[in-house]
Design a protein around this ligand. Structure first.
Ligand code: NDP
Length: 292
């Protein structure tokens, strides 16, 4: 039986496993963390057809259960290197794996702001995930940086917990109209446009931020939601073609390396949604079946 290793258990990777299993190709998922990817950081998903509204963690669990029930193995390991000889050799922290095909579904990690002191304040006022850390700031004033769907989704979540939420946008909002309208309807959300954070004010913990228009916001928590960066260092040996750090594919999800596919947020594309990640997974699996 042909074997396919899928690296990453987000919606893209899990959907690829479902389609591969049904096509008679053995999928093994390697995931360094808990299955679910970015969904785990989203408290409410309202644009995944079939669920009017569902918690991200719950959707992740449902996907995981469905593929586990089909007999798909999810191995906890971190992939450090992938090389190609007769077969792919995948070197993990704990073990080594061989495969006829590899699907990269590792998503991306949050982008850092790059303001001095950021790393030191992580967990001491700075966070990249409102769903994970919002509860620490109950009834306090917080800010979120970013004007995309992530920032506004997190602002809505925080506005239920915190007394006031500033949204700091460097130019203009780019989030969907639905989210923009919901945010505008919340009395405790203040949107500050054309402004950036130039300094953190802190002792051991964050006390506030200085903006580049000279204003100071006294806040206890700062959430950074300015997009993500894909991490594809483990593919260095394969010289796979990328664009802005994202893996380039054709419309069958094939990369520049024969037998290597890329799906979901790690892929260079226009739209980064759960439904498009899942769709990439289906396309990759069906392409592999066609090629095998
Ligand atoms: P986006 O890339 O869409 O938005 C990033 C935001 O951060 C922009 O406002 C950008 O500003 C700003 N930004 C980037 N760098 C900096 C910086 N150095 N300083 C200040 N601001 C900065 O990222 P998201 O994470 O919001 O979304 C990623 C993808 O995921 C999108 O396709 C989005 O649609 C999707 N998504 C969908 C959701 C949903 O449908 N429920 C929920 C969450 C995400 P500028 O515009 O000036 O570049």
């Amino acid at each position: 039986m042909l074997k396919c290793v899928i690296i990453g258990a987000g919606p893209a990777g899990m959907n690829a496993a479902l389609y591969l299993k049904r096509a008679g190709i053995e999928p093994i998922i390697i995931e360094k963390d808990v299955p679910g990817g970015e969904m785990l950081k989203t408290n409410k998903i309202e644009n995944y057809l079939g669920y009017e509204s569902i918690d991200g963690g719950e959707l992740a669990l449902k996907m995981k259960k469905q593929i586990k029930d089909m007999g798909v193995s999810i191995i906890r390991d971190e992939v450090l290197d992938v090389s190609l000889n007769d077969m792919f050799e995948i070197k993990g922290k704990n073990d080594c794996y061989n495969a006829d095909y590899v699907i990269v579904a590792t998503g991306r990690k949050p982008k850092e702001l790059g303001v001095r002191g950021e790393k030191k304040l992580i967990g001491k006022g700075i966070s990249y995930c409102a769903t994970c850390d919002g509860a620490f700031y109950r009834d306090k004033e917080v800010a979120i940086i970013g004007g995309g769907d992530s920032a506004l989704t997190e602002a809505l979540y925080l506005s239920d917990l915190c007394s006031k939420v500033y949204v700091i946008v460097r130019k203009n909002l780019r989030a969907s109209e639905v989210l923009q309208n919901r945010v505008k309807a919340r009395e405790n959300i203040v949107i500050l446009k054309n402004v950036e954070v130039s300094e953190f004010i802190n002792d051991e913990f964050l006390l506030g931020v200085l903006l580049n228009d000279g204003k100071v916001l006294d806040i206890s928590g700062l959430f950074i939601a300015i997009g993500g960066v894909p991490d594809v260092r483990f593919l260095n040996n394969l010289n796979v073609e990328t664009e802005n750090g994202y893996i380039k594919t054709d419309d069958k999800m094939r990369t520049s390396v024969r037998g290597l596919y890329a799906i979901g947020d790690v892929r260079y594309k226009d739209f980064y949604q759960i439904i498009t990640a899942a769709s990439d997974g289906a396309v990759a699996a069906l392409s592999i079946r066609e090629e095998a």
